[in-house]
Ligand binder design. Structure first.
Ligand SMILES: O=c1ccn([C@@H]2O[C@H](COP(=O)(O)OP(=O)(O)O[C@H]3O[C@H](CO)[C@H](O)[C@H](O)[C@H]3O)[C@@H](O)[C@H]2O)c(=O)[nH]1
Length: 283
C-alpha cells in the first residue's frame, strides 16, 4: 500500500492504521480532508467553491465509481455558524457564516444524499480548532499564508513577527475575545482510526463533533503561549475579522458514545507541542 501524507505522521498511529488495514479490506475506504484551508475563504470564495465543492464532488464520484463504499470526511464546526447554545451538539442548527463553512456544509449534504440513495456510508467529523504538533517535533502546523492564531502567536513569541493582532475585543464573551475549542491533532488522528474501524464494522452514516468541550478565549490562548514560551510579545487589538463566530465549543458526547473516543490532550499540551515544533523549525 502506498501512503500519502500519513507517511510522515505519528508512528504510533501509523502502526494502528496498518493494523486496521491488515484486518479489513484496504480498497473500500477512503478519507479526504479540506483541500484548501480556512482563513482565506472570504478573500477567494470562487476558489473555495471550486476546490472544496467541485474538487470534493470529483473525488467522491471517482471514489464511488471505483467501489469505495465507506468514507471519513473532514468537516468543521464552521458549519454551525453563530452559537444558539454552548456547547454545541450535532443537532445544533447549521447556519454557516463564512464561505469555508458553507462549502463544507454543501459537501455534508451531498454525502448525506449519497448515503441515502447511493449506498455510501460515511463518518463526517466536525473538527473544532485543530492545533498542536507531534510531541517529538517531527511535524507541525504550517500554512502559507499563515492565518491561524497559535502559529501566529508563537512566531510573535519567537520574534519572527512583530507581534500579534487580536481580531475583536467586543464579543459577548468573558473577556470580549472569541472563544474556540482547541483540539490536539493527535486526538483527531485517534478519532479517524476509530471512525475507520466503526465503518469497517458496518457503521452507518453519522456526523460527530471532535472537540474537547472546553472553550478558550483569544486572550487566554495568548496567556498560555506566553507562559509556555516564557516570552512576552507585543499584542494589539483590531476590528473583528469577517466570518468569525463568537463562540465554537463542542459537545463531544456523541463521538464518545459512537467511537469510544475521549480527547487526551489539554490546551497546555497543544501549546507546548506547537512551541517545541516551531522553535526547532526554521521557516
Ligand atoms: O491573527 C489572528 C488570528 C486569529 N485570531 C482569532 O483567533 C481565533 C482562532 O482563529 P484561527 O484562524 O486560528 O481559527 P478559526 O477559528 O478561524 O478556524 C478554525 O476553525 C474553523 C471553524 O471555525 C475551521 O475549522 C478551520 O479549519 C480552523 O482553522 C479566532 O477567534 C480569530 O479571530 C486573532 O485574533 N488574530
Amino acid at each position: 500500500m502506498k501512503w500519502g501524507p500519513l507517511e510522515q505522521g505519528d508512528i504510533r498511529d501509523r502502526q494502528r492504521l496498518d493494523e486496521v488495514f491488515k484486518k479489513y479490506r484496504p480498497d473500500a475506504i477512503m478519507h479526504f480532508a479540506a483541500l484548501i484551508e480556512v482563513g482565506q475563504s472570504t478573500k477567494d470564495p470562487v476558489g473555495f467553491y471550486e476546490t472544496n465543492v467541485g474538487g470534493s464532488l470529483n473525488v467522491l464520484s471517482a471514489a464511488m465509481g471505483a467501489g469505495v463504499e465507506a468514507l471519513v470526511f473532514s468537516s468543521t464546526c464552521a458549519t454551525y455558524g453563530l452559537p444558539h447554545q454552548v456547547p454545541m451538539d450535532e443537532t445544533h442548527e447549521q447556519e454557516p457564516i463564512n464561505p469555508y463553512g458553507r462549502t463544507k456544509f454543501v459537501i455534508e449534504q451531498a454525502i448525506k444524499d449519497f448515503s441515502a440513495y447511493a449506498g455510501l456510508r460515511a463518518v463526517m467529523l466536525r473538527y473544532f480548532n485543530a492545533a498542536g504538533a507531534d510531541f517529538q517535533g517531527r511535524i507541525g502546523e504550517w500554512h502559507t499564508p499563515e492565518t491561524h492564531a497559535i502559529p501566529l502567536a508563537i512566531e510573535a513569541a519567537l520574534g519572527r513577527r512583530q507581534g500579534f493582532t487580536v481580531f475583536g475585543s467586543d464579543y459577548e464573551t468573558r473577556d470580549g475575545t472569541c472563544v474556540r475549542d482547541y483540539i490536539h491533532v493527535l486526538d483527531l488522528a485517534d478519532a479517524h482510526i476509530r471512525a475507520l474501524e466503526y465503518l469497517l464494522n458496518g457503521g452507518e452514516t453519522v456526523e460527530l463533533n471532535l472537540g474537547t468541550g472546553t472553550g478558550t478565549t483569544v486572550k487566554e490562548l495568548l496567556a498560555a503561549i506566553s507562559e509556555v514560551s516564557g516570552r512576552a510579545f507585543p499584542v494589539e487589538y483590531a476590528e473583528r475579522r469577517e466570518g468569525d463566530s463568537t463562540t465554537l465549543v463542542a459537545d463531544n458526547h456523541k463521538a464518545q458514545t459512537v467511537l469510544g473516543w475521549t480527547p487526551q490532550y489539554s490546551l497546555n499540551d497543544i501549546v507546548r507541542s506547537a512551541w517545541n515544533w516551531h522553535s526547532k523549525t526554521n521557516r
